[in-house]
Design a protein around this ligand. Structure first.
Ligand SMILES: Cc1cc2nc3c(=O)[nH]c(=O)nc-3n(C[C@H](O)[C@H](O)[C@H](O)COP(=O)(O)O)c2cc1C
Length: 440
């Protein structure tokens, strides 16, 4: 009999006052005694996730406050809709210094930074962390980001053309030092053999580059590459390049369909080994000792959603001004330039019934269209097992509610339950993030 898969966990947060679940900053249990602007908070979050043997903390990001709603960022600022949010790579050394195994995934956009400096920054962080860095590759889907940088947003297809070229160039830079290029012979004074440190010359549609990578090979060679595209182009890109693919699906049938589609692309279209890519699905665990207690908790969290803030968040992520629509309009009818995977998940969360803009905003601003797993540790573990066994999930992105409490509760309640069932590791397998992520 083949052994059943063991889960992988990632903690899904932002470097800000509030992550994806809107209104959590005012929850009575949120950041009690903690300040998100300070290193101590991040060290505690990281140690908690490492205590729970998570693969990584996943720092989502966007580059500016959403402004799609009513053509303004007023509602975003007013209701703390993923705002304020600080730059994600700044906390990586803080997190990795406080831990020895936990990986850190950082969301960094290809839209406004040259690949040369991106490759250099990620190599530097991979060195500092001892090989525990991942890059969540995004292309900036929100108009506010393009406005903030004084640029015009490209359509999806052109964004992916750019990302393709971008990542290709980064990979060439990361692979441009041969493994034995460094000699470091103090007697002769020769540090490195220039014949083994290759200059990269690139003249593409979007970028030009002529130069050697400024950083010697890092422990992982290149960061672990993560991607979350759901459109046709996004799926192909993820299947070709990603080592972990993130997706949001409201039910098992959609998870299964997505896993099958992506696995087909990974092995069939791009000739990669199936085990070289992990399918990570988003879930929002709301766990307590008893189911009743968890349900009360869920209601308390839901009560904090600000309606206008929820619409502003949905507007931002889908890049559509929902202030111009009747909130009872079915979401399905609206074309979106923003995150396709999010719209699809929201439409499907109605399980056949129409989902209105107002309903979508509520679902989205609380749980990002992920399934909410509300219950006792054994209820939550049952559901996670089903997602692995029937949905094709290899692991889960855990969407935060109040912090750090939601992660402490998950680690104290759900992790031991899964370990008892033999569905979760009891120790890290390797030192680097890639080694741990690829463990079965
Ligand atoms: C689970 C998940 C998390 C994401 N996190 C981010 C993020 O933090 N920042 C960002 O700019 N895009 C994020 N995205 C957007 C995607 O990376 C991608 O750029 C976007 O989905 C557009 O591609 P698509 O139309 O192929 O889905 C996320 C998407 C998903 C599904």
């Amino acid at each position: 009999m083949t052994e059943k898969k063991k889960a992988h966990f990632l903690g899904f947060i932002q470097n800000g006052v509030n992550s994806h679940a809107t209104g959590m900053w005012r929850h009575p249990k949120d950041k009690v005694g903690w300040d998100f602007t300070r290193p101590e908070y991040w060290q505690h979050m990281a140690r908690t996730m490492e205590r729970g043997l998570f693969d990584a903390i996943f720092i989502a990001d966007e580059l500016a406050p959403y402004s799609s709603f009513a053509d303004s960022s007023d509602a975003t600022v007013k209701w703390a809709v993923q705002c304020p949010t600080h730059e994600p790579s700044t906390i990586v050394p803080i997190i990795t210094t406080a831990t020895s195994h936990l990986g850190v995934g950082i969301t960094l956009s290809t839209a406004f930074e040259h690949p040369y400096s991106m490759a250099r920054r990620l190599s530097s962080l991979d060195h500092l962390s001892g090989g525990r860095v991942a890059w969540n590759i995004v292309g900036s889907y929100s108009k506010s980001e393009w406005d903030a940088y004084g640029a015009t947003m490209d359509d999806r297809s052109r964004r992916y053309d750019r990302i393709e070229e971008y990542v290709g160039l980064c990979k060439r830079l990361w692979n441009s030092w041969e493994p034995d290029a460094i000699i470091a012979d103090k007697e002769s004074g020769v540090y490195a053999d220039p014949a083994k440190v290759h200059e990269i010359v690139h003249e593409g549609e979007f970028f030009k580059c002529r130069g050697r990578h400024f950083v010697a090979p890092s422990p992982q060679g290149q960061p672990v590459l993560w991607q979350a595209g759901s459109s046709e182009r996004g799926r192909d890109f993820a299947a070709e390049h990603a080592e972990a693919i993130f997706a949001i699906h409201p039910d098992i049938a959609q998870m299964r369909a997505y896993s099958d589609d992506l696995n087909g692309r990974v092995t069939g279209k791009f000739g990669r080994a199936a085990e070289s890519v992990k399918m990570i699905y988003g879930v929002q665990p709301i766990v307590a000792e008893t189911r009743r207690e968890a349900e009360r908790k869920f209601d308390g969290i839901r009560a904090l959603l600000p309606r206008e803030g929820s619409l502003a968040m949905l507007s931002g992520q889908l890049s559509v001004d929902f202030s111009r629509y009747d909130p009872d309009t079915p979401l399905q009818e609206i074309e979106i330039p923003g995150i396709q995977g999010v719209k699809d998940a929201l439409v499907r969360s109605g399980a056949g019934a129409e989902v209105t803009i107002a309903q979508a905003a509520d679902i989205y601003s609380m749980r990002f269209a992920m399934p909410a797993l509300v219950g006792s540790p054994s209820d939550v573990a049952d559901q996670l097992e089903l997602y692995m066994d029937e949905g094709g999930a290899d692991g889960f992105m855990l969407l935060a509610t109040y912090t750090p409490g939601c992660f402490e509760e998950f680690v104290d309640l759900v992790v031991p339950e899964l370990q008892r069932r033999g569905r979760y590791r009891t120790a890290y397998a390797g030192k680097t993030l890639r080694e741990n992520l690829l463990q079965n």
